[in-house]
Design a protein around this ligand. Structure first.
Ligand code: KG4
Ligand code: ZN
Length: 341
């Protein structure tokens, strides 16, 4: 089965071609430079950029995969959640393509696709789906921070989510306070490598809270107050590195601590993680260490599949079709607030 997939839920215009669990092409046109000037994603600019890039990226994805549009079996797109106008462009492009080619269309849940991304690996790739185990999955990015109990391949229960900022947002906003470039997550990751994570003791919000929910706005505020009271801190490069390492350590400790606690309570043997923040070196190492010491199997999404991409949309669409999921109507609307489960 050959599927063309579109992902435009935020600021990446991505199109992929997948066939039989294999990613034939997965192109991402990133808008990072465009939004950097504003220190965050500007929804209207994101939509205009999707409009400009969608067709060239789709054409390039088909060319790279060496697939003719006429030989596609289905078209898929992210239906939600995400930025409304951004979603609208990808969804309508996919529905129009499906209409023109008289092929089925599938609307995909963005977070459900993230849950699949740790399994897109190996050779042959489908071998990984065969080893799919019930798991507790951390989906952590600039827009979402979710802990999900994946009971079977298509049965999910959301255990917790953020009550304010997402973890990626916390990285980005604290980086902005420190005058670092957007997006701040990768910058903090890079500078933290030269810093002392024990230098500053920032709060670990809701780490001991009974719920599986997260909160990151308090951590951002405490960095703001620290910088207000220590204006000289940003004049010293080593201090900036120490601040980055300390902030990163606080975020990572909360994410890992709550994930492992939930996995133990729910009684799974496997932990997975995906989403842009899963690129973070300290998070990957801390999850590896915690899972090794607690005897959990860990599945981390490959770094190139952590951030938003259409490959995960196509792979999930194919799995759904193989399991008899009905096609989505060509008149289906975007679902910007679509909840998982
Ligand atoms: O999944 P994603 O591409 O988009 C959504 O937000 O849905 O994730 C982007 C987020 C940004 O907040 C970015 O700062 C963060 O992922 N990120 C990182 C790293 N790479 C990306 N955060 C920490 N460390 C990184 N290495
Ligand atoms: Zn995402």
């Amino acid at each position: 089965m050959t599927i063309l997939a579109f992902e435009t839920s935020c600021d990446e215009t991505s199109v992929a071609v997948v066939r039989d669990g294999r990613v034939l092409s997965s192109l991402v046109s990133s808008q990072i430079k465009l939004h950097a000037e504003y220190g965050g994603v500007v929804p209207e600019l994101a939509a205009r950029e999707h409009l400009r890039n969608l067709m060239p990226v789709a054409r390039a994805a088909l060319e790279e995969a060496d697939v003719f549009a006429g030989s596609l079996d289905a078209i898929a797109a992210t239906q939600g959640p995400g930025l409304p106008n951004a979603l609208l462009l990808g969804l309508k492009a996919a529905q129009a393509t499906a209409f023109a080619l008289r092929k089925p269309f599938l609307g995909i849940h963005h977070h459900e696709a993230h849950l699949y991304s740790p399994w897109i690996a190996g050779e042959p790739p489908l071998a990984d789906f065969a080893s799919f185990q019930p798991n507790v999955s951390l989906v952590v990015s600039g827009g979402h921070t979710l802990l999900v109990h994946v009971k079977s391949e298509r049965e999910y229960a959301v255990l917790g989510s953020t009550i304010d900022d997402a973890a990626g947002e916390c990285f980005d906003k604290t980086a902005k306070l420190m005058g670092l470039a957007y997006p701040g997550g990768p910058e903090i990751d890079r500078l933290a490598a030269r810093g002392n994570a024990k230098k500053y003791d920032f709060p670990r919000p809701m780490l001991r809270d009974a719920s599986d929910d997260f909160s990151f706005s308090g951590l951002k505020t405490s960095v703001r107050y620290f910088l207000r009271d220590h204006a000289e801190a940003l004049e010293n490069q080593q201090t900036i590195c120490d601040l980055c390492a300390s902030v990163q350590a606080a975020i990572v400790e909360v994410l890992v601590g709550k994930t492992i606690r939930a996995a133990k309570r729910v009684g799974v043997e496997c932990v997975t993680a995906s989403g842009g923040v899963t690129c973070n070196s300290a998070l990957r190492t801390a999850l590896e260490q915690a899972c090794a010491s607690e005897n959990f199997t860990l599945r981390l999404a490959n770094r190139n599949l952590c951030t938003d991409n259409a490959a995960m949309i196509g792979i999930l669409a194919e799995q759904k079709l193989l399991h008899g999921a009905p096609a989505t109507s060509l008149d289906a609307e975007i679902m910007p607030g679509w909840a998982l489960g």
